[in-house]
Design a protein. Structure first.
Length: 248
């Protein structure tokens, strides 16, 4: 796995795909394959240890919030909206310090693509303003410079519904009929594809690897990820722009 990175900062890989597609399974398999892999989830405002992160990142977001509310005509942001924006604003700084040893690979089960898709799905009118669009563009640029590889996982929606129901764990689709569950997962997939399309328009953008998880074989997926890293490692660009800061 160390061959996946030639950079002094960690290599950042985000796993993207709707629920049930196997992101957690692949992340755990990659971590098991090599101890250089660090699986990370986004900061949680319910964890006391993450409070300093939220305090500092909220300060970075304040100018954007001020511009949004200064000309507010269409409602308010919810606490969840603001929490997602705070995470997206400050998380790259944390990820870049996640490991300094050459070869460290940080795998995100739910990363920026997931969070941006969730935020976009809130459909707040305030998030469609010109000031908000400016922030969206900045976030896409910032995260395109932070993520080195996106692994897009996919499988037919009926299989995803079946997997989720078979887990025995609480999920949003539990109370939905199969048709409604299909619509829900299709919406998530479309929102993530929209975010990915925006990231791929940036000058410095991540590499993309698309994999099918229909057979549910994590060893095969691991082999494909490692083979891709070996083949393309010299092509991965080193970022020349710091990921922290505020919109210009």
């Amino acid at each position: 796995m160390s061959s996946l990175s030639t950079m002094t900062r960690p290599t950042i890989i985000e796993l993207v795909g709707p629920p049930g597609v196997g992101k957690t399974t692949l992340a755990e398999a990659l971590q098991k394959r090599n101890t250089n892999v660090r699986v990370r989830t986004f900061p949680n405002f319910r964890r006391i240890m993450d409070m300093p992160f939220f305090a500092g990142s909220f300060l970075l977001l304040l100018p954007t919030l001020f511009r949004l509310y200064r000309n507010r005509k269409d409602g308010w942001l919810t606490p969840r909206d603001i929490a997602l924006m705070v995470i997206l604003q400050g998380w790259p700084r944390i990820l870049e310090r996640a490991g300094s040893d050459k070869g460290t690979v940080v795998v995100l089960e739910e990363g920026a693509v997931c969070l941006l898709a969730k935020l976009q799905g809130s459909a707040r009118e305030l998030l469609k303003s010109e000031d908000a669009k400016r922030w969206w563009r900045y976030m896409c640029k910032k995260w395109a410079e932070t993520i080195d590889l996106v692994i897009r996982l996919d499988a037919p929606i009926p299989i995803l519904v079946e997997r989720i129901r078979a887990r025995g764990m609480a999920h949003e689709i539990d109370a939905l009929a199969d048709e409604e569950a299909t619509e829900y997962l299709t919406h998530i997939r479309a929102a993530e594809e929209h975010v990915l399309s925006a990231l791929m328009t940036m000058a410095r953008r991540p590499e993309m690897l698309c994999l099918s998880t229909m057979d549910g074989n994590p060893d095969r997926l691991c082999d494909e990820v490692l083979a891709f890293g070996l083949e393309h490692r010299d092509e991965w660009p080193s970022p020349d722009t710091p990921a922290n800061g505020t919109p210009g």
